[in-house]
Write a protein that binds this ligand. Structure first.
Ligand code: OSB
Ligand code: MG
Length: 369
């Protein structure tokens, strides 16, 4: 495609309930939406999944905004024409900022695929038409409230529950959910809140028959994760640490992880995410699709990614209404029989709700070639 302009918007989307993790509480999802317009007037959409603060990773909204408007978008607009597969090379001179790169890449891919009337799912190699849907449940006021919240999601049909934990809110919370729902597929996510010194506490999670524990230690604690893996029966699944296909290969080689959470934003885009899925599939490592409280844009893209054969565990691909009363797309993801449908229309297969997009935009910038 030949790009005419790139528009970036910061959105503030209210959440239906506060989302609490070991790193903080969010009540409004601050996120960046990208629109890439071709010289033929076709719009492609992407989403930069940074949050307000650099707390999940070093990236955050206005850091992404700066690098995208100052460096990344101008580099795309300087190209005469560009194919989706060429985007990573255009971004290669700029170190890091993977979420910013991933969101811009998605907009270019979407524009190209809409031009060709081809779906994102088929472009990625998806084989399923719907994906099993798990839900990520934030830390609640107490274990009783947590059990109530989980019961609500199970009633809706979610096929796998993930609860957030942090020091002091781990064993009792997990025990409460496990004893209320003995048979459900259950996993926990620590978002880097522990150190190797907590190994004894984390080993006590073994008795709850968890599918996995997600990212107990810090992003660069690869060797410590390998040491922790020796002390746990519960499989370790890295999230924050897997920043690229290379990082995934290294973590697997060192025995730091036996399951991988793939998030396109964290690894710099969907093309790199597919590479990670491919290498895990070749190594016999289970993979699932993580989430970053995506709007309908990223949610459609995640459903397509999760439909690849390598994705053998249910992902955090929930219905839009788990987070938002109204989405910025006209046909938000819904839960049906525990599954979310994989869009099959051109590009991401969703249309933007222009009124809603406008209503939640708090900042906007357009760059032209
Ligand atoms: O660690 O998976 C995570 C949300 C924001 C940042 C990090 C994480 C999460 C989630 C929510 O767990 C996943 C979702 O979008 O449903
Ligand atoms: Mg996680």
């Amino acid at each position: 495609v030949r790009l005419e302009e790139i528009e970036l918007r910061v959105l503030h989307l209210p959440l239906v309930s506060p989302f609490t993790t070991s790193f903080g509480t969010e009540t409004v999802r601050e996120v960046i939406v990208v629109r890439a317009r071709t010289t033929d007037g076709v719009d492609g959409w992407g989403e930069i999944v940074t949050q307000h603060m650099p707390s999940y990773s070093s990236e955050y909204t206005h850091g992404a905004w700066d690098v995208a408007t100052r460096w990344l978008a101008p580099a795309l607009l300087a190209r005469d024409a560009i194919a989706p597969e060429e985007v990573p090379a255009v971004f290669d001179p700029f170190v890091g900022h993977r979420m910013a790169k991933g969101g811009l890449e998605l907009a270019v891919v979407d524009a190209a695929l809409r031009t060709q009337s081809r779906s994102f799912a088929s472009y990625l190699g998806a084989e399923r038409t719907a994906v099993p849907s798990g839900v990520s449940v934030g830390i609640q006021a107490d274990p009783v409230a947590l059990v109530e919240t989980v019961a609500g999601y199970l009633d809706e049909g979610y096929v796998r529950i993930k609860i957030k934990i942090r020091p002091g809110r781990d064993l009792a919370d997990t025990e409460a959910v496990r004893s209320a729902f003995p048979g459900i597929p259950l996993q926990v996510d620590a978002n880097s809140a522990y150190t190797l010194a907590d190994a004894d506490t984390l080993a006590q999670l073994d008795r709850f028959g968890l599918l996995l524990i997600e990212q107990p230690l810090e992003e660069d604690d690869i060797v410590d994760h390998a040491a922790l893996a020796q002390r746990l029966k519960t499989p370790i699944c890295l999230d924050e640490s897997i920043t690229s296909a290379k990082a995934a290969r290294d973590a697997l080689a060192l025995g730091a992880t036996t399951v991988i959470n793939v998030k396109a934003g964290r690894v710099g885009g969907y093309l790199e995410a597919v590479r990670i899925a491919d290498l895990c599939e070749a190594a016999g490592i289970p993979v699932w699709c993580g989430g970053m409280l995506e709007t309908g844009i990223g949610r459609a893209a995640n459903a397509s990614l999760a439909a690849l054969p390598a994705f053998t565990l249910p992902g955090d691909v929930s219905a839009s209404d788990r987070f938002y009363a109204r989405d910025i797309v006209t046909e938000p993801a819904v839960l049906r029989d525990g599954h979310v449908a994989v869009p099959d229309g051109p590009g991401l297969g969703v249309e933007i709700d222009a009124d809603m997009l406008e209503a939640v935009t708090v900042e906007r910038r357009t760059l032209r070639r």
